[in-house]
Design a binder for this molecule. Structure first.
Ligand code: MN
Length: 383
């Protein structure tokens, strides 16, 4: 059986104030869907964080509706989805009992878990054990087991409950949304718990032929070739600029041995960090100026209107950092706003912005005229 493992779509994600829905749609429509056909995939697994938040924007819900319909109704592939820590289990589970016979298997709310989904290939049955993200307290309540207080005991309890009726010899695939110890985090995942440990021992996935994980956004294996994070659909922070996003293909043979490969996606806009002096960055040749850009400047002096200038070259520039900025100059801007006149404030501002270059006589004249006009328009007083 040939399984495509993807995770952490975060549909409806806001990136520096910009909705990424069109970029997510591009990768899903132009690359993910064609890949299912080209690679002759038998089943598709989405390991949680379908949406970026529990109440996703309408466009994100429409996109998931579109993709889920194309996978199950058009391509006739079983699509197995669990909720992650960003999803609302109840909302994601809407109509799940009606959808399962159509090939869309959603595991969200614990109370609605129905045991493993069993699919068939020529060698016989393969069971998909779906473990949606849940707080330890929810699992404690669901299983009625007072000893459950950690993610480790919760996930182990849920796994054993889901597997309780599985014949020993059946090939099994686990789908979970968790932080497996040994995995490497980046800066776009939301921690699963504050205080205490949010990690689980990857040994709890040892019984499975393959484990499709969601949560960590960098594609990676954890302790074994067959325990993997597919990574997020797109780069969701500049900390991920060097990662390669995509999907995992796991071929499960008749004996339950998994053969793994990775297919990379090419996004419509890449997420990149450009560095150097402002002048160098603006002058450098670049044929992907539509990418999402963070400019990390070597300059020590402030660049007046830097973001607006940067956007003339990179219309999707998101941020500008100056790690070497002269901090002495910054201290001088510590004005006492209560006891400073507007004119003194303006002079102080220009000195802070251009410490080596005082106002020229022409500039001073221009400013004097502006003050005069302002005072006239404001009736002689400036507030
Ligand atoms: Mn995530």
């Amino acid at each position: 059986m040939r399984i495509l493992h993807t995770a952490d779509w975060h549909l409806g994600k806001l990136f520096y104030g910009t909705y990424l829905t069109e970029d997510q749609s591009y990768v899903l429509e132009k690359q993910f869907l064609p890949l299912l056909k080209e690679e002759k995939i038998d089943a598709v697994v989405l390991a949680g964080d379908v949406y970026d938040r529990s109440l996703p924007p309408a466009e994100a819900v429409e996109l998931f509706d579109e993709i889920a319909t194309k996978v199950t109704a058009d391509l006739k592939l079983p699509f197995l989805v669990i909720s992650g820590n960003h999803d609302s289990p109840a909302r994601l589970s809407f109509a799940s009992r009606l959808l399962a016979p159509q090939g869309l298997y959603i595991a969200g709310e614990l109370a609605r878990l129905t045991g493993p989904v069993v699919l068939e290939d020529v060698a016989g049955p393969v069971a998909f054990v779906m473990l949606p993200y849940a707080e330890p307290a929810e699992v404690r309540h669901f299983l009625g087991d007072e000893s459950i207080h950690s993610h480790q005991t919760a996930l182990t309890g849920l796994r054993d409950w889901e597997c309780r009726q599985l014949p020993k010899e059946m090939r099994t695939i686990c789908v979970a949304h968790a932080f497996a110890a040994g995995g490497i985090a980046c800066d776009s995942e939301r921690p699963l718990s504050i205080g205490g440990t949010d990690q689980v021992d990857s040994a709890l996935f040892a019984p499975f032929a393959y484990t499709a994980l969601g949560h960590l956004h960098g594609p990676q294996k954890v302790t074994a070739e067959t325990i993997r994070y597919a990574g997020s659909l797109l780069k969701y922070s500049f900390g991920e600029a060097r990662q390669h996003k995509g999907a995992v293909i796991a071929d499960i043979d008749a004996k339950g041995k998994a053969d793994i490969s990775f297919c990379e996606f090419s996004p419509r806009h890449d997420v990149r960090i450009v560095s150097g002096t402002f002048e160098d960055i603006m002058a450098a040749a670049d044929d992907r100026t539509d990418d999402f850009i963070l400019a990390r400047l070597d300059d020590t002096q402030p660049i007046l209107d830097g973001m607006a200038k940067l956007r003339r070259k990179y219309p999707n520039a998101m941020a500008l950092e100056m790690p070497h900025r002269n901090t002495e100059a910054r201290g001088q801007r510590d004005f006492n706003l209560q006891q400073t006149t507007e004119k003194e404030l303006f002079t102080g501002f220009t000195e802070a912005m251009r410490p080596d270059q005082p106002l020229t006589e022409a500039e001073k004249a221009c400013v004097r005229n502006l003050w005069k006009r302002l005072e006239k328009e404001e009736g002689g007083t400036l507030l």
